[in-house]
Design a protein. Structure first.
Length: 386
């Protein structure tokens, strides 16, 4: 296939991290390694990030912090994005968000007659509490806008089958392809085996935010005996509230619970390899990239039964889907007490995780780009606009 020039438009990029940023980074680096040309257009958060030369940050004269997060407001961002995309002249625009810069990307696509793909990364309405408007008002507005965006782009990427079904049930007629985000090769462990120990190490990796439902995990952990320890790895505005809830309300001993704040990827990979069970309570995921990362390190997952989790977890094979705290407690103890089951879960989780390699995910993405460009070329040669 010929070299493809791709512009990625995203509201979230470094210094932020999380699933969307990891997906952008991993896909971009693999696309470049395969000889394609990538540009990332994002906001200038003025945090002294050292960027790759393919990252373009918009001029943002207004900068401030909201709930400890850096916020940047660009000047005339529609104009900036249309001008940049016109200059780059890409084959494909890949939008990562339906709002803000994503809306500008859609305008640029229509104005410049360039096909646009959108990845539906999140159940956006479940993040409505981050908007300074009552959620009863903001949730339906956000959902309607996100679905409306899907109707206007040329193709939608869904990370999972459950997310595709959600979009179809909500009337999306735009073509949808299922392409899970690939995981960084640093998370692909060569071995799944664990040392036999009486101490069971639980792990959860996520942002410390309300939608990740971490108090649920803390409440489960508080009911376990002293043979269990829990490492909570991540970052976010709820850190102090979670620490207070854990140590002062639930009275969890601080030698059993560790908050590991913003570690490097290699450190996270080591946590995956050193732990026994991954626990997860978020219900806002479309994929839950950390679940694939955990499994790639040979770590079985116990998670609330929700979109994202239900697409990767097979009960009694690589983990368990549960409905409540008592079920999560039951499955944690089951794995502890059944050594043969524990070994099988580690092996099967490890095998599942290998399927999420960035190489395989990027192959699917490039194949989609190619098919879309062929359709575009046919329309162009027939004299019709895209």
């Amino acid at each position: 296939m010929k070299k493809i020039k791709i512009v990625i438009i995203t509201n979230n990029y470094k210094p932020y991290n999380g699933g969307v940023v990891s997906s952008i980074e991993t896909f971009s680096q693999e696309l470049i390694r395969l000889g394609h040309e990538v540009f990332i257009i994002t906001l200038d958060f003025a945090t002294n990030e050292i960027d790759h030369d393919y990252v373009i940050r918009l001029d943002c004269p207004i900068k401030f912090k909201y709930k400890k997060y850096p916020i940047a407001i660009p000047w005339r961002y529609d104009h900036q994005i249309i001008k940049l995309i016109n200059k780059i002249n890409p084959d494909i625009i890949h939008s990562q968000h339906p709002f803000f810069l994503g809306a500008s990307a859609l305008k640029a696509s229509k104005k410049l007659n360039i096909p646009i793909i959108f990845t539906y990364h999140s159940m956006y309405e479940q993040y409505a509490h981050n908007v300074p408007i009552p959620t009863l008002i903001s949730e339906p507005i956000i959902k309607k806008f996100a679905l409306g965006y899907c109707k206007n782009v040329d193709h939608v990427i869904s990370p999972t089958e459950s997310t595709k079904n959600f979009l179809l049930k909500n009337g999306i007629k735009t073509n949808i392809s299922i392409i899970p985000s690939g995981i960084n090769s640093i998370f692909l462990s060569k071995d799944y085996k664990r040392d036999n120990s009486n101490q069971i190490k639980l792990l959860s990796v996520s942002r410390f935010t309300k939608e990740k439902n971490i108090p649920f995990l803390l409440e489960v952990f508080s009911k376990l005996d002293n043979n269990f320890i829990l490492n909570l790895v991540g970052h976010g505005v709820e850190l102090e509230n979670l620490q207070n809830y854990a140590f002062n309300i639930l009275n969890i001993e601080n030698n059993r619970l560790n908050f590991v704040v913003n570690p490097e990827k290699n450190e996270i990979a080591q946590f995956y390899r050193d732990s026994d069970i991954f626990i997860f309570a978020s219900t806002s995921e479309t994929q839950g990239l950390v679940l694939a990362e955990a499994m790639a390190g040979g770590l079985p997952v116990i998670a609330l039964n929700a979109s994202g989790s239900s697409d990767i977890i097979i009960n009694n094979h690589n983990g368990f889907l549960v409905e409540n705290q008592s079920e999560m407690l039951e499955k944690i103890k089951l794995i502890r007490d059944n050594k043969k089951l524990k070994e099988n879960l580690h092996f099967n989780a490890w095998q599942t995780g290998q399927k999420y390699s960035v190489q395989e995910a990027t192959r699917k993405l490039i194949d989609l780009f190619g098919k879309l460009l062929v359709s575009f070329d046919k329309l162009r040669t027939s004299g019709r606009s895209w």
